[in-house]
Ligand binder design. Structure first.
Ligand code: ADP
Ligand code: MG
Length: 325
């Protein structure tokens, strides 16, 4: 199967998902053309996933298709952007049709679910690597930045944290999950959070009116909140008992559940800062999706239950280029 046949068969269908799309020239020309509504800013971000680094070797292609787009779309959610389209740079060791069929299925489901239409891409041969650039739009000046947190703001997070990180403990043996294992359902639950992250796109858009800063939690709460603190030149105090963890994670990991929430990534929830006044005035449906975990303070650094356990950029998240001690 040639490169163009491959694109036509597996990827062109994803370019036709949305009738009302802002993409006026899709795959097939030298560039894609997106029409940005007057008064909007274009918000875009690129993410690369390398086999053996960001996902296990031999990872299920339909899961991979979903994950690839979900992690990219999560950055749009963090900025409060309305998703519009994406491009896909695909590097494949070979044109395996079964793999391509399943991959494009997972990718297509995600595209449909997030409202992202495929605008173009690039296809090359080499070690399995996926790059996705996502585009979104916001009202001019409306993107939520990392730099807007102010002393006195509340720190909030969506959903529950730590599940996807815990899933890594069960990933290698997933095929052998024993139905008799009373923890099997809990393991399935956290594995599902890893395989099918749900970028908080609607929540991100809603937060535009309320949040002073936001980030998506891809590397663990400590590391990601720390990015907000550094960009905003502030500090924060977090109460460990308030960090939302799922009942499944608590059953699996006991008192270590909070450590997963703090240090492990892949949840793709949102962490935001909101002024006390905005929080008081926020509608109940918004508050229901968020948990207050702490407060922004003028003194830099991050304090957990009062003790400064993290300083500066040493917060323990995943960093490809940091040397192990
Ligand atoms: P060029 O050489 O002009 O860069 P390419 O030969 O790389 O163009 O691609 C031809 C067309 O196919 C382009 O419109 C490109 O966007 C599209 N395309 C290539 N790979 C993919 C892919 N994996 N998914 C979607 N569109 C793709
Ligand atoms: Mg060209």
């Amino acid at each position: 199967m040639g490169e163009f046949e491959l694109i036509r068969q597996y990827f062109m269908p994803l370019a036709r998902l949305h009738g009302s799309s802002s993409v006026i020239v899709g795959p097939g020309d030298d560039c894609a053309v997106q029409r940005v509504p007057p008064g909007s800013d274009l918000v875009f971000s690129i993410d690369t996933l390398v086999e053996g680094v960001h996902f296990p070797v031999g990872y299920r292609p339909d899961y991979l298709g979903w994950r690839t787009l979900a992690v990219a779309a999560s950055d749009l959610a963090a900025m409060g952007a309305e998703p519009s389209c994406f491009t896909l740079a695909l590097t494949l060791p070979e044109a395996d049709e079964l793999w391509l069929r399943d991959f494009s299925l997972g990718l297509g489901n995600a595209a449909e679910s997030f409202g992202l239409t495929l605008a173009g891409g690039d296809t090359t041969r080499g070690p399995l690597t996926l790059s996705v650039q996502v585009h979104g739009v916001v009202e001019q000046g409306g993107a939520i930045r990392r730099s807007g947190a102010r002393a006195g703001d509340l720190v909030v997070v969506s959903g529950s944290l730590g599940d996807a990180g815990a899933a890594l403990d069960y990933l290698p043996a997933q095929e052998d999950l024993d139905a008799d294992d009373s923890a099997a359902a809990d393991k399935q639950f956290v594995l599902e959070r890893y395989h099918h992250p749900q970028p908080r796109l609607d929540l991100g858009k809603a937060l535009r009116q309320f949040a002073t800063a936001a980030i998506d939690v891809s590397d663990g709460l400590l590391a990601d909140l720390n990015h907000i603190l550094e960009a905003s030149n502030v500090g924060a105090s977090i109460e460990l008992a308030r960090i939302p963890v799922s009942p499944a994670l608590v059953r699996l990991k006991g008192s270590a559940a909070t450590d997963y929430a703090l240090h492990s990534g892949d949840d793709y929830e949102l962490c935001a800062t909101i002024s006390e006044a905005s929080w008081v005035g926020a509608p109940a449906w918004l508050k229901q999706q968020l948990t207050v975990v702490g407060e922004i303070e003028p003194v830099s650094g991050l304090r957990l239950d009062g003790s400064a356990v993290v300083s500066g950029s040493e917060a323990t998240g995943f960093d490809h280029f940091r040397r192990k001690a």
